[in-house]
Design a protein. Structure first.
Length: 431
């Protein structure tokens, strides 16, 4: 079973990444940043976690207000560096852990936490700023896998302290029931006191920061009674993101010990870090068998439905590249590229030969078997000028005429659109 080795918290201000990239280790102003993180570097090296569950918030980079989620779980195989306006930092992508991510998703959803899942999104300074200091060897590749967990703290109403702590408790159950023998570290990021907007810009409250870290160790549940407004009053509006430290603490045992803590306030945001090691071993409320039965309950027996393929996280990860290629065809420019020179489009998307063959042959049933969502097939059908009914018939292994005989009305249709030449089948039917 998976083991939680402890948790650590860190600020994620871009100041950290800037200091790393500009080699400020010997500068008197910047040196305390590097010195403060040396114990965390050593702890991570000594403990050698296989994966870090990394709780952070994006800064309107990959998670924008056009679609903003409360809780977004990274389920993909890798996560690149996001470009925040000045060009992406020269860092290798982080490797994900899809199997553990799917297991966590099942557990959290069974505990009635609503999640969104993401792949192929760049991670901004909320993730990579501290990571580039925590692992100085990162240029040669990251020595650990990561599951990024994005918390939507920047648009109100946002998850409150109690909700985040409870989610941490749920994460603990899910991690400890994961069947692989791996070591997991929990990271909570953000904070501490700071405000970066409005006339209150530049606010800090060091006494509250110290009190918060002490309470977080000894009595974390008391912090769940603070409202977002109260946290903002004490620690600044952006400092209210400390709910993510509380989520990390919720994933740990009841008793922990602070084995490292540092705090440095050079400018706008304290650069703080701490490490909690577990000091108690509470038995889980459910046996592993009962827990696994509960989180798998909703799809239990689905395998008995012949010809049925639930679009799971595992399928979404496996066939992401092909699903993404077809989804991109909703963009007129990408659609035109595919129509003009499909082989060049396949090459640009780095599709495998198997994926290219599925598209060339329009093998609708095989694409479903491969892991393509039906709603991508529907879009592809609209692009190439075929109907939903042709796709349905192919998946059934029937001719169109034979399939239509099984329907109450012998009609053809596709998703609506205005591109010329895509509804020729309707004109022929009308005749």
């Amino acid at each position: 079973m998976a083991t939680i080795i402890g948790g650590f918290a860190t600020s994620h201000t871009p100041t950290i990444g800037f200091a790393v990239d500009t080699n400020k280790q010997s500068d008197a102003v910047w040196a305390p940043i590097f010195k403060g993180y040396e114990p965390v570097q050593k702890w991570l090296k000594d403990q050698a976690p296989d994966v870090i569950l990394y709780i952070f918030n994006d800064h309107m980079t990959s998670f924008f207000i056009d679609h903003y989620s409360q809780f977004a779980l990274g389920v993909g195989e890798s996560f690149p560096v996001a470009d925040e306006g000045g060009g992406a930092r020269d860092l290798p992508p982080l490797k994900g852990y899809p199997a553990l991510a799917e297991h966590l998703a099942k557990g959290l959803v069974a505990d009635e936490f609503d999640l969104s899942y993401f792949q192929n999104k760049g991670l901004d300074h909320g993730c990579f700023s501290p990571m580039s200091l925590l692992f100085p060897e990162h240029k040669q590749g990251w020595p650990v896998k990561m599951i990024p967990f994005q918390v939507g703290v920047l648009v109100a109403p946002s998850p409150n302290a109690a909700r985040c702590y409870k989610l941490g408790r749920s994460l603990r159950k899910a991690i400890q029931s994961f069947p692989e023998n791996i070591k997991v570290a929990i990271a909570g990021t953000g904070g501490l006191s700071h405000q970066v907007h409005g006339e209150r810009c530049g606010f800090n409250n060091t006494p509250w920061d110290m009190e918060f870290m002490s309470i977080l160790e000894k009595n974390p549940e008391s912090l769940t009674h603070y409202t977002i407004a109260q946290l903002a009053e004490l620690g600044g509006m952006e400092g209210a993101e400390v709910v993510m430290w509380l989520m990390m603490r919720g994933a740990l045992s009841a008793e922990v010990e602070t084995v490292h803590q540092t705090y440095y306030l050079p400018s706008m945001t304290p650069i703080a870090s701490l490490i909690f090691e577990e000091r108690s071993h509470e038995p889980p409320a459910e046996s592993t068998a009962d827990y696994l039965k509960r989180i798998n309950h909703e799809l239990d027996g689905i395998e008995k439905l012949a010809g049925t393929y639930p679009f799971t996280i595992a399928r979404a990860v496996k066939a992401f590249r092909l699903n993404n290629f077809i989804h991109d065809l909703i963009q007129p420019a990408k659609r035109q590229q595919f129509q003009d020179d499909p082989e060049a489009a396949f090459q640009k998307a780095e599709l495998t030969e198997q994926e290219r063959d599925l598209l060339r042959r329009r093998d609708w049933r095989a694409m479903i078997h491969y892991g393509v969502s039906f709603f991508m097939l529907e879009k592809l059908g609209a692009v190439v000028g075929t109907t939903n009914l042709h796709i349905y018939a192919a998946m059934k292994g029937m001719s169109l005429d034979d399939f239509l005989q099984t329907r109450n009305a012998k009609v053809l249709y596709s998703v609506a659109g205005k591109d010329d030449g895509k509804k020729e089948w309707d004109k022929a039917q009308s005749k």
